[in-house]
Write a protein that binds this ligand. Sequence first.
Ligand SMILES: Nc1nc2c(ncn2[C@@H]2O[C@H](COP(=O)(O)OP(=O)(O)OP(=O)(O)O)[C@@H](O)[C@H]2O)c(=O)[nH]1
Ligand SMILES: [Mg+2]
Length: 443
Amino acid sequence: MFDNLSDRLRHALDGLTGRGRVSEADVDVALREIRLSLLEADVNFRVVKDFIARVRERAVGAEILSSLTAGQQVVKIVHEELITLLSVGDRAFRLQGNPAVIALVGLQGSGKTTSAAKLARHIVKQGRRPLLVAADPYRPAAADQLETLGRSLDIPVHRAPAGTPVVDIARGGIEAARRLTRDTVILDTAGRLTVDEALMAEISTVIAAVQPIETLLVVDAMAGQEAVAVAEAFAAAVPVTGLVLTKIDGDARGGAALSIASVSGLPVKFLGTGEKTDALEAFHPDRLAGRILGMGDILTLVERAQEVVDTSQAAKLEEKLRKAQFTLEDFLEQLQQVQKMGPLGQIMGMIPGMGGMAREAEAAVDRGDLRRIEAIIRSMTARERRDPSVLTAARRRRIAAGSGTTLPDVNRLIKQFTEMQKLMKQFAGGGRRGAATALLGRR
Ligand SMILES: Nc1nc2c(ncn2[C@@H]2O[C@H](COP(=O)(O)OP(=O)(O)OP(=O)(O)O)[C@@H](O)[C@H]2O)c(=O)[nH]1
Ligand SMILES: [Mg+2]
């Protein structure tokens, strides 16, 4: 979502860091470019105006411009002000109460049901025992959707017959949680196409009845400035405690994400970064600011890796690399681990200095390169995976047909893999660092 903005901001700042001395006029040129890129990213114009004014005030201070590192210092100021802009309100996510009640509210299609499941998964990791409650009495399909998600996560879902008043569903959910000794209730409420009185009245009745410790407003970041207006309308009617910004992975321009907290006064607590239930991140202003300015976000990357990488498996892999016993089977396993961490482009964007290459990786994924490799390996027998030297022309043709690829695709993969194996053998004994470099170099 922030690619374009990120490119432009970095370009504007390069103009400052790529020189010795920096004058007030240089700062103004950069600020003009920053202002335009923020506006083009659909950031609220008042927010942009204040932001630029704050950066300018701090940057043209005499001590800074006369210093030899003026350019870097201005970049630092932009980074800090970006963090300030995103740091509105209290972002703590509270889970007090027995059970702790969390309500998700928002317009239709904003991502409430998906986010309910994501949050449930998120808190299970913290050792909680959530119960999902389908508090949408209008569409049985809505409860079905939540039930499916709950089943996939092994988290129970409470639902009530169609037409049950929503307050009764919510209360029933809380009773069910006590009965089932679940310590957290996540209420997935119904949405409407636009903010209307009936929706607000219904939601405020439910909120008043069950007093959630967190009432999270789910907003679709793709809606741009409209999302900001929605947040203001909800906040006026119900005691919203925070925002979940969804579809951050989309191709909208990012303006909503950057201005919503500052305009609405509501803290962003979570970001939805994909359709799957693991695509939820706690919101960290410093990390997002770093990502936008191309400084990377190693912390989020490490967290994701820790979540998905099985450490015993990693140790086994290391051993295999060292002994040069790495097979196509292991390679497939690695591909899957990387994919579990999320879209490749997203991952690379978090590595400092890799922002630019992220696009290339994404293109490789779009071309289906990874999927093709996976399909090819899956179409092999266990023996073939362990020892590609048995792959005769006839077998390769069978694999191509079975994986929906072509013979040249299969040949290329095997050739690459064999070369990689050769390299690894050379490096075997040279320590795992050598082997790892060889591996990465061949990818
Ligand atoms: N790409 C992407 N898609 C998302 C994200 N969150 C939700 N979606 C998709 O958005 C669509 C709507 O999501 P739901 O969770 O059903 O939305 P809802 O608010 O519950 O919708 P109603 O119950 O109809 O009001 C689904 O197709 C989701 O897969 C996200 O963070 N990224
Ligand atoms: Mg829903």
